[in-house]
Design a protein around this ligand. Structure first.
Ligand code: ADP
Ligand code: ZN
Ligand code: MG
Length: 481
């Protein structure tokens, strides 16, 4: 896509992890429960009731604004956004429009070694709507209000994103920050993190934005980048044919891999926003903001930098380990047992995450505890087992949840570092390979690798390779003299 420059802005709805809804005491823990069993007069919008702002939702919102380097408004407001649709019993949504809780901020992503800064326009609180269930062949729909009025924070970026890959990185970083904050469980499949993508194209080299399409209904990171890619190609074809991109909302369909028009600008709603009269302005004192700032936990970028500085990890390794808080916690817990950061980082990335991905497990549910992995690396570092045998031991640990030393003992996998035991094997290998001995003495010293391999084979991988190397050199050097 060299003729056109894609321009992308994301609007992300984050479901906040509070126990109760945004303006009433109803529980948010309705997942898998009977429809319409987690509702009350307030979230159903019955007449004569008053909403009261959930203090926890406000607190999480403030922390999130600060975590993305935004400015918390000391005075923010709620407005009514009018629209008539059955998922909204009041026929308006309580949302923040003119005075949102957060303004500005940014999230940095790294692409091909360069840092790209994505500016954030605003963050605002609002209530979620209910869920419509369309009955197959029934000619009607059902509505479930359990989700109605669950707290959301919407995070809107500037049109700063330039590729599907950058969009994915932004979302992943945002998710990572929200997880470190404990702000949301960020489950895209279940809808606790929902992202709409605004996409337009402009001629390469231009700085004048084209008209955009807004894409909805992506349920995974993969879907977000696929949908944006599809949309870029669709718009490029239109422009190539000399046609115009219409400003509209389009729906992504994951199975066909296409977007289709949902509504054009002409049918866009006039929401008739006006200040919500039932809720007072939201006041956050400067000292509360200061306190929230002090109380912020270590965030992904800072933790990554700390792993680089304190443990000598590469930027790449530290990035992988800190993307998920739970992985970083695992790494640091294992490090307490065996402070070999490089080796731990390799074992976590190659073996542990490989196994967990294969089985669809989160690291919190890892059958191998951080302590056990630390012990395994201890066994390698102290020469008790070879790195190769360690993989076999790891498989056993993963399968049985038992500590590595037990598996090593039971299967008799200790590394053989006893010189006299190895000397006999070395001697028999040399006896069986007179040609290689000759080559070696003729100057082809590389054959030593082959001979070490033979000894390893004889000992089923248990010989200490360094020691074998020494013994072979000694014998080869002296033998013929
Ligand atoms: P609307 O008026 O359609 O609500 P906004 O200006 O409020 O549009 O922006 C909504 C989102 O669309 C923001 O994330 C913004 O960055 C993005 N956006 C705005 N203009 C463009 C454009 N020309 N191309 C791509 N994204 C855009
Ligand atoms: Zn309620
Ligand atoms: Mg807008």
């Amino acid at each position: 896509m060299t003729r056109y420059q894609p321009v992308i802005g994301l609007e992300t709805h984050v479901q906040l992890s509070t126990r109760s809804k945004l303006f009433c005491g109803c529980s948010t823990d309705y997942s898998g429960q009977e429809p319409n069993s987690f509702v009350c007069a307030v979230c159903l919008g019955l007449p004569g009731v008053l909403p009261v702002l959930n203090a926890e939702a406000l607190k999480i919102s403030v922390r999130t604004v600060l975590a993305v380097n935004g400015t918390v408004s000391e005075d923010s407001r709620f407005d009514r956004k009018q629209y008539f649709y059955p998922d909204l019993p009041k026929a308006y949504q309580i949302s923040q429009f003119e005075h949102p809780i957060g303004l500005g901020g940014h999230i940095d992503v790294e692409l091909d070694g360069a840092v790209r800064r994505i500016e954030i326009t605003r963050l605002h609180m609002e209530e979620d709507a209910g869920k419509l269930v369309h009955v197959e062949d029934g000619g009607h729909s059902l509505v479930d209000y359990n989700r109605c009025s669950v707290p959301l924070l919407e995070i809107v970026t500037e049109p700063d994103i330039r590729s599907p890959e950058e969009a994915r990185l932004y979302l992943q970083k945002l998710k990572s920050i929200l997880e470190y904050l404990g702000a949301s469980d960020c489950n895209m499949e279940e809808g606790s993190l929902r992202c709409d993508a605004n996409v337009s194209l402009m001629p390469a080299g231009s700085s004048l934005y084209g008209s955009k399409a807004e894409i909805k209904n992506m349920n995974s990171f993969k879907a977000v980048s696929r949908a944006i890619q599809y949309e870029i190609e669709r718009q490029a074809e239109l422009l190539d044919r000399g046609e115009k991109v219409v400003q509209e909302t389009r729906l992504w369909d994951d199975s066909s891999g296409r977007t289709s028009s949902m509504r054009s600008k002409e049918d866009a709603h006039d929401y008739r926003y006006f200040p919500e009269p039932d809720l007072p302005p939201v006041r956050v004192e400067a000292r509360e903001i200061e306190q929230a700032w002090q109380d912020l936990p270590e965030l992904p970028d800072a933790r990554r930098q700390r792993l680089i500085n304190d443990h000598g990890l590469s930027g790449y390794d530290a990035g992988v380990l800190t993307a998920q808080k739970a992985i970083a916690d695992y790494f640091e817990a294992a490090l307490q047992v065996q402070p070999n950061s490089k080796s731990l980082s390799n074992w976590i990335q190659s073996e542990l995450l490989g196994y967990l991905n294969r089985d669809g497990l989160d690291i919190e549910d890892s059958p191998v505890s951080p302590g056990s992995l630390g012990e395994l690396i201890q066994l390698i570092d102290s020469g008790k087992i070879s790195g190769k045998i360690a993989k076999e031991v790891f498989a056993g640990m993963y399968q049985t949840r038992r500590p590595p030393a037990e598996i090593v003992r039971e299967k008799g996998l200790e590394q053989i570092s006893d010189e006299s035991a190895l000397e006999a094997v070395v001697a028999s290998v040399l006896e069986a390979h007179p040609e290689q001995i000759e080559s070696y003495r003729g100057g082809k010293t590389k054959v030593i690798g082959f001979l070490v391999g033979q000894v390893m084979k004889e000992t089923r991988g248990q010989a200490n390779p360094g020691l074998v190397n020494q013994l072979l050199k000694k014998k080869l050097g002296s033998g013929g003299a």
